[in-house]
Design a protein around this ligand. Structure first.
Ligand code: HEC
Length: 122
């Protein structure tokens, strides 16, 4: 009987820790949540409404100028960092200024959606 009670107590603790973990990720940790999110329709719409496709082509896979990069299928964390670095000026080479104008007004949460979307375009 004693063993049974101890078991229930430990089991309850695990359930409690699990619930706290899920709540934590849902409420505070948007980045790891996006790892589990598979809906990329928000990013897809942004890629159109923010005119990204005019240079990178539909889905980022058909650049209008041969020197412009392909975006589809690259790791979302890489894409996210690159867009942020271009926006902040940290990344700056001969072609970056062309792109910078396009991302100056894009919000941080939108960048994340864009990066997640482009990663999933095949
Ligand atoms: C006016 C043309 C133009 C528009 C519009 C544009 N880009 Fe770009 N983009 C570029 C060019 C040129 C580069 C290469 C910049 C460089 O070499 O530093 C680039 C680079 C990138 C990169 C880095 C890719 C890599 O492999 O390093 C990402 C990600 C990106 N663009 C996403 C976007 C998104 C998202 C939008 C829309 C918000 C957008 N771009 C709008 C021209 C554009």
């Amino acid at each position: 009987m004693k063993f049974y009670r101890a078991f229930i107590r430990i089991f309850n603790s695990f359930v409690l820790i699990l619930i706290i973990g899920v709540v934590w990720v849902r409420v505070f940790d948007k980045d790891s949540l996006s790892f589990y999110m598979t809906d990329t329709s928000v990013g897809e719409k942004l890629f159109e409404s923010r005119d990204c496709f005019t240079c990178h082509g539909i889905g980022g896979k058909d650049p209008q100028v041969a020197e412009y990069p392909h975006l589809n299928g690259q790791p979302s964390t890489y894409l996210h960092t690159q867009i942020k670095d271009i926006r902040s000026g940290l990344r700056s080479n001969g072609m970056t200024s062309i792109m910078k104008v396009a991302v100056d007004q894009v919000r941080d949460d939108e960048l994340r959606e864009l990066a997640r979307y482009l990663n999933q375009v095949e």
